[in-house]
Design a protein around this ligand. Structure first.
Ligand code: 8YV
Length: 328
């Protein structure tokens, strides 16, 4: 008897090798046009599927989960962050939720480092100047930025990506500071020559560069509130490759406009894909379209993780990347 091929509903277009394998292993509904699914389309998909494969662009809230059919067993997210999924509602219905951690660590840390460099050295302003035909020759004072070596980098969230950024930043001569619920182990602290700050407020007041690398949870929503942003030194560069909701974007935009924050490098936004219009006008702000993990290798490996999570589950085992209550 042929093995049962589960019905898998994939909300967005995935890299070709991942889709090919999905179609081989499962009865997969794919999205070749990559048009974001509407609410009714998601509802129809979740009602039929045994496995649902969303991405950050889908809101998997309780109302949608309540429309799941009796066959749905697994929500296998394509992505590490799962703040778009009401995991508690899913678990309450007996559904397992998985994600894709680990495989996008280096790519996201590279993006954070690129944003630090671009903001400190005014790279995008330089490109814009050239494109606007404004380069009329070298001068001793043209496009002066700030040197990285010796500056203090404060990393908020010292998980995989935070540590990976710290390794890169140390090689650039930055001094590593971090705020995390708990200090990392002594071996890692020593390797990174990193200083743990129990108080986020205290750390913020002493840094030259601050990078957000923690997940978005109810506890980290607006962690960088207007009050905390006001603690930053006026020359600080603020970088966010995690989730926009962690920073009060309106307050940040006002402070960047008024010169109370020196510059920013942002890959994520509070109301994505909308971006606070004030940010679009500022030369000292580098904006990227949520591309932290956007490498071919990373996205294929994310897809492989999704496949492994589904297949392991279908084989009767616990999938490796379960989102468990202590992660919420
Ligand atoms: C993903 C991300 O591409 O994995 C994450 O948490 O933020 C992105 O890098 C996106 O979430 C895919 O769903």
């Amino acid at each position: 008897m042929a093995a049962h091929k589960p019905k898998v509903f994939v909300t967005r277009k995935l890299p070709a090798p991942v889709e090919a394998r999905m179609a081989e292993l499962f009865q997969a509904t794919l999205n070749p046009d990559d048009r974001p699914r509407t609410g009714p389309e998601l509802a129809a998909g979740i009602a039929e599927a045994e496995v649902f494969v969303p991405t950050i662009t889908d809101r998997i809230d309780k109302a949608l989960i309540d429309q799941a059919g009796p066959n749905l067993k697994l929500i296998a997210n394509f992505g590490a962050g799962f703040d778009h999924i009401d995991v508690a509602a899913a678990n309450a219905k007996g559904l397992i939720v998985t994600n894709t951690p680990g495989v996008l660590t280096d790519d996201t840390a590279d993006t954070a480092m690129a944003l630090i460099m671009a903001a400190a050295r005014r790279t995008v302003e330089g490109v814009d100047l050239i494109r606007a035909g404004g380069f009329s020759g070298w001068t001793p004072t043209l496009m002066l930025g700030r040197r990285l070596r010796g500056k203090k980098l404060g990393i908020i969230g010292m998980g995989r990506i935070g540590q990976s950024l710290a390794r890169r930043a140390k090689a650039f001569g930055l001094e590593i500071h971090y705020h995390n619920r708990k200090p990392v182990g002594p071996r890692i602290e020593e390797e990174l020559a990193a200083t743990w700050w129990e108080s986020l407020d205290q750390m913020l007041a002493h840094m030259d560069i601050v990078s957000v690398n923690c997940p978005h949870t109810p506890a980290t929503f607006h962690l960088l509130s207007a009050r905390r942003l006001a603690l930053l030194q006026p020359h600080v560069i603020l970088v966010n490759t995690a989730r926009g909701e962690i920073i009060d974007e309106a307050a940040m935009a006002n402070m960047l406009t008024d010169g109370r924050i020196g510059g920013a490098g942002l890959d994520v936004y509070e109301h994505e894909p909308a971006i606070n219009p004030k940010l679009l006008k500022l030369p000292n702000v580098v904006l990227l379209p949520h591309m932290g993990s956007a490498t071919i290798e990373g996205r294929v490996e994310m897809g492989e993780k999704v496949l492994i999570n589904i297949q392991t589950f279908m084989d009767g085992h616990k999938p490796p990347d379960r989102v468990i209550p202590s992660m919420l």
